[in-house]
Ligand binder design. Structure first.
Ligand SMILES: [Zn+2]
Length: 97
């Protein structure tokens, strides 16, 4: 049986883990039902990283975006980029303090 990663059964935009993650750059916990966690996991994950190296969205990354955002996957990618920038800035702030 192939691991069925998508579609996720997302039923919320944010959660308690998302809240903690706003204060800790590399908070390691995620909820499968949460869109905010899905965005954060993509922003910190290898598919987004590889797409950045390649300069184009890889098929697996785009599939993941579609699984979360459906037809609005482009806007989802914008959210992932914004989350990546937020986490990166938060890491630098933690190193500086
Ligand atoms: Zn969450």
């Amino acid at each position: 049986m192939t691991a069925a990663i998508l579609p996720l059964e997302i039923d919320r935009d944010s959660c308690d883990y998302c809240k903690v993650a706003q204060e800790r750059a590399d908070y390691p916990l995620y909820r499968a039902q949460c869109r905010g966690c899905a965005v954060r996991s993509l922003a910190c994950g290898p598919m987004f990283f590889q797409s950045g190296l390649d300069g184009s969205l890889s098929a697996p990354y785009r599939k993941a975006l579609c699984g979360i955002f459906g037809d609005a996957w482009r806007q989802g990618h914008d959210l992932v980029k914004a989350e990546h920038a937020r986490v990166k800035a938060a890491r630098q702030q933690e190193v500086a303090s």
